[in-house]
Design a binder for this molecule. Structure first.
Ligand code: DX5
Ligand code: ZN
Length: 224
């Protein structure tokens, strides 16, 4: 699988975010990660459906990866779909009724709206708990930080979560992709790749002068 970067725009100064997205698109970035925080599931607020729509209207070819850090995210499937979201990326921990039947229903509803269903897990959540739904989701996103704040240090537990998923994927010839969010840095990205991460969400890693942006992306997508 080709490695991909998804840029988390939450890290940028909001007054400059339009120019930043413009620069990212010019440099070939086609995945934008939009952090949605409800002030309940996480102790912070951020972004919303309209933000996804505004990006999609201007850049129709950009993939919008909406990372919902919101309680009962199933309430928002339709509104995100109607606002240009491609990946509905929601937390396992944020769903109250975690039985397989309910999680399957949520995943199916996401797909009915023509979005990919991605399930995110916190570093302390074992991916093994997702076994019954691993053949149903399009992707798993391993958090390497506590969700809700950028700029944190990576939690080492993420490596074994990614490795477990990667081994499971090989053994079962599964189709899901493995994504990682948070703490991707100069000193962590290679180990994350070696562990099996295929899509890396980056914030601080690409918050660099414009001339260095392409180099940072190449490091992840190429093999610098
Ligand atoms: C935090 C967000 C992340 C964050 C990544 O809850 O989910 O997407 O912005 O930030 P960095 O890459 O700076 O650790
Ligand atoms: Zn995120």
């Amino acid at each position: 699988m080709k490695f991909k970067t998804a840029v988390s725009i939450y890290v940028f100064n909001f007054l400059e975010v339009g120019n930043k997205i413009d620069e990212l698109v010019k440099k070939g970035v086609d995945w934008i990660h939009v952090d949605i925080m409800d002030g309940n599931f996480v102790n912070n607020y951020a972004l919303c459906q309209k933000f996804c729509k505004d990006i999609k209207d201007k850049y129709p070819n950009v993939l919008i990866d909406a990372h919902l850090m919101c309680l009962e995210p199933q309430r928002y499937i339709k509104s995100f779909a109607e606002n240009g979201t491609n990946h509905f990326n929601f937390h396992y921990e944020s769903v109250t009724d975690k039985n397989t039947e309910n999680l399957t229903k949520i995943i199916q509803e996401v797909k009915t709206f023509d979005m990919k269903a991605v399930i995110a897990i916190n570093p302390e959540t074992s991916p093994e708990i997702l076994k019954p739904i691993l053949d149903k989701v399009d992707g798993i996103m391993c958090m390497s930080i506590k969700p809700g704040f950028n700029g944190q240090k990576l939690n080492e537990m993420v490596y074994k979560n990614i490795e477990w998923l990667s081994n499971y994927k090989k053994k079962n010839k599964s189709k899901f992709f493995i994504q990682v969010d948070g703490g991707v840095r100069e000193e962590t990205y290679l180990k994350l790749k070696q562990s099996g991460a295929e899509i890396m969400v980056v914030g601080a890693f690409v918050n660099v002068p414009n001339e260095e942006l392409r180099k940072q992306i190449e490091k992840i997508e190429g093999n610098l």
